[in-house]
Design a protein around this ligand. Sequence first.
Ligand SMILES: Nc1ncnc2c1ncn2[C@@H]1O[C@H](COP(=O)(O)OP(=O)(O)O)[C@@H](O)[C@H]1O
Ligand SMILES: [Mg+2]
Length: 311
Amino acid sequence: MTSPSPIITVSGLSKTYSTGFSALKSVDLEIRRGEIFALLGPNGAGKTTLISIICGLVKPSAGTVLADGHDIQRDYRAARSTIGLVPQELTTDAFETVWSTVSFSRGLFGKPKNPAFIERILKELSLWDKKDTQIRRLSGGMKRRVLIAKALAHEPRILFLDEPTAGVDVELRQDMWQMVRRLRDGGVTIILTTHYIEEAEEMADRIGVISKGEIILVEDKAELMRKLGKKQLSLQLQQPIAALPAALSGFDLSLSPAGDEIVYTYDTQAERTGITTLLQGLGEAGIRFRDLSTSQSSLEDIFVSLVKERA
Ligand SMILES: Nc1ncnc2c1ncn2[C@@H]1O[C@H](COP(=O)(O)OP(=O)(O)O)[C@@H](O)[C@H]1O
Ligand SMILES: [Mg+2]
């Protein structure tokens, strides 16, 4: 069985701004149909530049983008009509009503009027009771939902969310995540950018890490956690010790300042964890423990160490 063709194919994409700044350096990326893909990277990494090019708002210096088979430059209208974009900056016409601004967005793509569809997305986004309200009267969170409704108004198969929860409170962030999942379940492919590791970890099926204009890694989330994840085993000692026994210098161990806890860091990828040998060695050194626990490093740790490695 062949795998279905990617819904977006980015090849050799580079962007040098007129300032001479090289914001993207030959990026290759494929987005799979129906997935939630998180583009994770620190501020200034090139996330907005990348999605602005894919959405046809910024011209690439080199490379190509196919959106559902359409070249974003040669076949702009067809490519763009498959895409909805929720921009990073909140921009809306303050004096329009929710209903008219969302309906207008649909019209921009030459789609026939479909009030029933607009009603459905407004209900889905809990904006139905605000349909006749002017945008300027809405809260920040509602304005963001209006932007999502606008992006969805022409029934795109692909939705880009550029930093959807930046500056959004925790509760609203949860709502946003639920809504994104519902959209995905309805068959929309979602690409979100974020500099919150927590968001990528919570939401994504796959994660791409971007740093200084380069995609440094693309991986299934679970695989990424498994591959790069380190585990730690903490041993609470019965009696504090002054120093780690020399016989155990082959293990990656650290001793707490109080001398009452040993932390062993090991690779989950390694064939053997070495725990049995370690515990044996501790026994031989006369060190007894009263409790032990393990913890797995979060995506945050992985991300920080990846970006550090590259710096
Ligand atoms: N119009 C522009 N002209 C010059 N430099 C720009 C422009 N837009 C963005 N940049 C620079 O390109 C880099 C990447 O920006 P951006 O794509 O917005 O990153 P991110 O979205 O990951 O924070 C930054 O260093 C930014 O200052
Ligand atoms: Mg950005």
